[in-house]
Write a protein that binds this ligand. Structure first.
Ligand code: FAD
Length: 389
């Protein structure tokens, strides 16, 4: 049985099906048994725990909400609950699963040829192959439409030049989904590890997402066969549709980090005593922080669930997912800060997961569209006026 009691202030569990609860329980047990015992050391060493990859594949975690080619075909709420549990373990683990499924398998399934799907999807699903998604460049983060990486035709081949950076799993990946400018507009290309002219270098010195590999990808007259272009990925819109998938998973995932921070603070405040041998939980200012956290987590759970049901019903809009990502990351960051505060000096120690979550969540606030960018998406949705420039 899981040691984590879950967080359910308002009988939200009654809104989940038995199958959804079963998926959550399976992921919860995996995180308790396999992730929590090793994540603190992996984070401190700055290493991704690669030994977990085959097990995650066997559990069906990669591309879990996709259909066919060995994928688990989960509904989006099952998928979200799985992401929640993974990020309770660590945001780096959830990032690995997000990239593999939403940013590599999803574009191959959605925009790829039958040959590309058959070649890559079963291996990516099992974890035998690892993928990465190269969109961001050194000069272009929030505005990828200005990207400078190019892909030019040369006979039946493509020649890639340019650089991508901040790429999760870049140094581990067997295949990179790379976005580059062609004469016909932005397109996507599958670049395999070992291709001449393609190299990667890992970024060191991160104080966030330490249990995740982040790399730069370099392309210098890198020649790939014509059939490595994803034939239906046309324009930046295709790249953004992948980000929408990944942001959905983030909106659920960060709930796990927030819940872990809340539960750590709640249980600590009941045993830690100050002033007249009373638990700090008996002080009003402490209760105010716990009340804020549980209220915001409950609202965020309901938002995630509603967006998940909309997605399953084919009614979700990217702007809905922007609200989910923006809100849930913001409350998770605040839960981590409040929880750290409630643990006093102990809150800064790696014996507790709080500082690790807090540091990770700074990345989660920035990647997959910063909080500002999602604010502008919501602003455009309600005014009709784009204010990005
Ligand atoms: C650990 C990690 C992993 C990542 N993994 C990947 C990956 O796998 N693949 C990938 O392609 N990318 C990845 N990224 C990159 C990430 O998506 C970018 O960092 C993000 O898009 C922001 O870009 P930037 O860092 O260049 O910031 P900038 O775009 O330079 O933004 C800096 C600040 O300016 C603000 N800003 C920018 N434009 C506006 C505006 N119009 N209005 C208001 N404010 C604005 C931003 O909100 C932000 O606060 C990763 C990043 C990190 C940290």
């Amino acid at each position: 049985m899981s040691r984590f009691p879950g967080v359910d202030y308002m009988q939200i569990d009654s809104l989940f099906s038995e199958q959804e609860l079963l998926v959550r329980q399976t992921a919860r047990q995996f995180v308790d048994a396999r992730v929590l015992p090793l994540i603190r050391d992996a984070y401190n060493r700055g290493e991704f725990p690669k030994q977990l990859i085959p097990e995650m594949g066997e559990l069906g975690l990669f591309g879990a909400n996709l259909e066919g080619y060995g994928c688990a075909g989960m509904n989006n709420v099952e998928y979200g609950l799985m992401m929640q549990e993974l990020e309770r373990g660590d945001s780096g683990l959830r990032s690995f699963v997000s990239v593999q499924g939403a940013l590599v398998m999803y574009p191959i399934l959605t925009f790829g040829s039958e040959q590309q799907k058959e070649r890559w999807l079963p291996k990516l699903q099992s974890g035998e192959a690892i993928g990465c998604f190269g969109l961001t460049e050194p000069g272009y983060g929030s505005n990828p439409s200005a990207m400078t990486a190019t892909a030019n035709r040369q006979g039946s081949n493509w020649v890639l030049n340019g650089e991508k950076t901040w790429i999760t799993n870049g140094g581990l990946a067997d295949v990179a989904v790379v976005w580059a400018r062609t004469q016909e507009g932005i397109g996507a290309f599958l670049v395999e590890r070992g291709t001449k002219g393609y190299s990667t270098s890992d970024l060191h010195g991160k104080l966030s997402m330490r249990a995740s590999v982040t790399s730069s990808l370099h392309f210098a007259d890198c020649v790939i066969p014509g059939e490595n272009q994803l034939p239906s990925a046309k324009g930046l819109r295709a790249a953004l549709s992948c980000l929408t998938q990944a942001r959905f998973g983030i909106g659920w995932g960060v709930l796990g980090a927030a819940m872990d921070c809340y539960e750590t603070a709640r249980s600590y405040s009941l045993v830690r005593k100050q002033f007249d041998d009373r638990p700090i939980a008996s002080h009003q200012l402490v209760q105010e922080k716990l009340a804020w956290m549980i209220t915001e987590i409950t609202k965020a759970q309901l938002l995630a669930l509603h967006v998940g049901r909309l997605k399953d019903g084919g009614k979700v809009e990217p702007a809905h997912i922007s609200m989910l990502k923006r809100n849930n990351v913001a409350i998770a960051v605040e839960c981590a800060r409040l929880s750290r505060d409630l643990l006093g000096a102990n809150g800064i120690m790696d014996e507790y997961p709080i500082m690790r979550h807090m540091c990770n969540l700074e990345t989660v606030k920035t990647y997959e569209g910063t909080e500002h960018i999602h604010t502008l998406v919501i602003g455009e949705r309600v005014t009709g006026i784009p204010a990005y420039r």
